[in-house]
Design a protein around this ligand. Structure first.
Ligand code: NAD
Length: 270
């Protein structure tokens, strides 16, 4: 459960008060964790997914009430370039853009369905091109901007059977560097966060197949397959990912641009 945090004086940390954060793919998992942490830091937030259910709007209301900021839910399908751009247009302001929407599919490359390849590249990579292109003019107008791309340990390393995912995540790390260089002389930064394993619905969905593939139980899959590459032997939490995103938007990080921050319990140090 996400807790509201107060500093030692009992004041709410309002580092991002007055900023609007647009977070793609944020009605669950890491995106939702980032939405809570941005709201906790005082930002007004736009959460997003491709659905338009009562519960999506209720989620926005819940975050708003919990943290005392404005939160809107805007439906937009990140597999479609025009909807990516429309999301930013409908948001009206975008001081902080978090490109988080992502999906995964696991199969050997010679059996990888082309429609899965196209969808993964569209949602995990091309969406960030569209949202960034639409958001930069708003950031320039506001005189301040932060682009935070949620890549992966798979943006720096590879695993078999994840060709499209690994390609998209390496791609977004590269694109982050380009955006950083193109905005280097402006009060805008662009960075990528590379999580290791975080126990979200995306990872939960991989567990049953992996159990079947290796003939293992759930705990064995977690320990011997998932956390095997993560030296800390612990999942990172969505709150920790949110905290890292808030740090990248803070004044302390204003000279950090074009880089990646790994939140992977030591995975990429191996
Ligand atoms: P998740 O499945 O919980 O969340 C994915 C989010 O993307 C959901 O809100 C979903 O609604 C949204 N989404 C999916 N397709 C969309 C579309 N077409 N349009 C708009 N939104 C869409 O997964 P997660 O683990 O929280 O993943 C979030 C990001 O973190 C992804 O980019 C993922 O690759 C990355 N990541 C996750 C892990 C992990 O271990 N969980 C590790 C490294 C990187």
């Amino acid at each position: 459960m996400l807790q509201d945090s107060m500093n030692s004086q009992g004041d709410r940390d309002m580092t991002l008060k007055g900023k609007t954060a647009v977070i793609t793919g944020s009605n669950s998992g890491i995106g939702l964790g980032i939405a809570h942490e941005m709201a906790k830091a005082g930002a007004d937030v736009v959460i997003n997914s491709f659905t338009d259910r009562d519960e999506d709007h209720a989620l926005a209301k819940e975050i708003a009430e919990q943290h005392g900021v404005t939160v809107r839910y805007i439906k937009a399908d990140m597999s479609k370039g025009d909807e990516c751009r429309a999301l930013i247009e409908k948001a009206g302001a975008c001081d902080i853009l978090v490109n988080n929407a992502g999906i995964q599919h696991v199969a050997p490359i010679d059996e990888f369905p082309v429609e899965k390849w196209d969808a993964i590249i569209a949602i995990n990579l091309s969406s960030a091109y569209h949202t960034t292109a639409a958001a930069l003019p708003l950031m320039r107008k506001a005189g301040w901007g932060r682009v935070v791309n949620i890549a992966s340990a798979h943006g720096l390393t590879a695993s078999p059977y994840k060709s499209a995912y690994v390609a998209a995540k390496h791609g977004i790390v590269g694109m982050t560097k380009v955006v950083a260089l193109e905005t280097a002389k402006e009060p805008i930064t662009a960075n990528a966060i590379c999580p290791g394993y975080v126990l979200t619905p995306l990872v939960e969905a991989q567990i049953p197949d992996t159990m079947e593939k290796y003939g293992m139980g759930r705990e064995e899959v977690i320990e011997k397959v998932m956390l095997e590459r993560q030296p800390s032997k612990e999942f990172a939490t969505v709150e920790q990912l949110g905290g890292t995103a808030v740090f990248l938007c803070s004044d302390a990080a204003s000279q950090i641009t074009g880089t990646t921050i790994s939140v992977d319990g030591g995975w990429t140090a191996l």
